[in-house]
Ligand binder design. Structure first.
Ligand code: GLY
Ligand code: MN
Ligand code: MN
Length: 439
């Protein structure tokens, strides 16, 4: 037996907030698919972030139909109870317990979806559903829309317009509540502590995967259910592969290790990157480049406040990183030309950051009225400049080849400025040199 562990009002409030956004519309949010890993074994399951955001419901094969301002407002279709299946796969709520415990007005069997849903579409003039995202439900949705079309046709109305639910929910999710920021602080603190442990236990000769395992252990110990995304532990030149996935190489004396990892606490993710010398001491070259990047990163974090235009933030990052590249003789020429021709992308090929929340690259539009959006209180963004010099880049000074450094923090926009959620993850040179290898 499992229990619904959250405050129902949090979810009802989110459902109600949609009343301000849509009228005479239904929002259809299916659960995430289950994926076979091999034979009859599934990948570990994680609920779709939008369905979790609106209901806290964690089972697969479920669909939420939400009709802001109508009665019933929220209807959840769920799997039936099945003792034979539950022996293998664990507890299921079934419709009765779902209706009692979860923040929904009604719960029905998923097998009855078509029969029940058709009446929920009476008086509805638009439907929000994200097609082609997670296809298990697309066919059911199509069938429902055909049935709705037949009914509407009799009344002289046409096909229901389908709009993207992901965009609608994104606008709601982009500003976090106090409750959400508290969850994110817990994810950030657990992850920051895990970074401290990884730093303490770093020794030349270890394998990348040992730090990965340690990170998982340390965040789970602190209440995280899982990682928020695939952890990157990249020693030496592996750091220049932006989404390095192997995590299976030895950590060599004299090189640095880049770790990009975030624990997920109650579905909210942290997203931290730190880069540190494996031996515990920076070489002169490492210290020089690291310190320049750190100074730029801290200045970029300091800029975060309501009203900062996201593109202006990125432009400042480009300017600062281009200065470093010129200073380090990675690039030659006029700064304005380099920026105009985007030559800095050779060594800084990604964005400055992204929204963070239930998803590591969280929902929410970056444009408003076609223009880059301003930061608003309640948004959470990452600030993650990086410089990566491929090991075989003959045009780069030899001492820099194979150096990859990123520094990433998670930052909440407050009414007056910002708060760095990941402040407990060390990044100053002296802090790093005293903690690395100290366990
Ligand atoms: N960890 C993925 C990212 O930093 O965007
Ligand atoms: Mn990130
Ligand atoms: Mn990251």
């Amino acid at each position: 037996m499992r229990k619904f562990e959250y405050d129902k009002e949090i979810f009802f409030d989110r459902q109600k907030a949609l009343r301000g956004f849509v009228e005479d519309a239904a929002i259809v949010i299916p659960a995430h698919s289950e994926y076979i890993r091999n034979h009859d074994v599934q990948h570990s399951y994680r609920q779709d972030s939008n369905l979790f955001y609106l209901t806290g419901f964690e089972e697969p094969e479920a669909v939420l139909v939400l009709r802001p301002g109508k009665d019933p407002e929220s209807v959840l279709f769920v799997r039936k109870k099945d003792m034979a299946k539950e022996i293998w796969d664990g507890f299921r709520f079934g419709p009765q317990l779902t209706e009692q415990q979860f923040p929904v007005d009604k719960a029905y069997l998923i097998d009855d979806f078509q029969d029940q849903a058709i009446s929920l579409f009476e008086g509805v003039e638009a439907v929000y559903y994200s097609q082609f995202r997670d296809s298990w439900f697309d066919e059911e949705f199509k069938k429902l829309m055909l049935n709705v079309k037949t009914r509407r046709g009799r009344n002289g109305k046409g096909v229901l317009p389908v709009k993207d639910a992901y965009l609608l929910l994104g606008e709601l999710r982009v500003r976090k509540s106090k409750f959400e920021i508290d969850q994110m602080q817990k994810a950030a603190t657990a992850s920051s502590m895990a970074f401290q442990e990884m730093m303490k236990q770093t020794r030349p000769g270890m394998n990348e995967r040992e730090l990965h395992g340690l990170f998982i252990h340390e965040v789970m110990k602190r209440g995280c259910g899982r990682e928020g995304y695939g952890t990157i532990v990249a020693g030496g030149a592996n750091a220049c592969t932006l989404h390095y996935v192997f995590n299976d190489q030895p950590l060599n004396e004299g090189e640095m290790v880049l770790v990009d990892a975030g624990g997920e606490y109650q579905y909210y993710s942290a997203d931290i990157t730190r880069t540190w010398p494996i031996s515990g001491k920076f070489s002169e070259t490492q210290k020089r480049v690291y310190s320049k990047l750190l100074e730029a990163q801290k200045d970029l974090v300091a800029m975060v406040k309501p009203g900062l235009v996201i593109k202006a933030h990125m432009d400042e990052a480009i300017s600062r990183l281009t200065d470093i590249m010129l200073d380090e003789k990675l690039l030659k020429g006029e700064k304005a030309d380099i920026i105009e021709k985007q030559e800095y992308r050779k060594y800084f090929p990604h964005g400055l950051g992204h929204y963070l929340g239930l998803d590591v690259h969280d929902a929410g539009p970056y444009l408003k009225g076609g223009n880059s959006r301003e930061l608003e209180a309640g948004m959470v963004v990452t600030v993650e400049p990086g410089i990566y010099v491929p090991h075989d880049d003959d045009s780069a000074p030899e001492e820099l080849r194979g150096l990859g450094i990123r520094i990433e923090d998670d930052v909440v926009v407050t009414e007056t400025g910002h708060h760095v959620l990941t402040y407990e993850a060390p990044k100053e040179v002296d802090e790093l040199e005293s903690i690395i290898g100290s366990a």
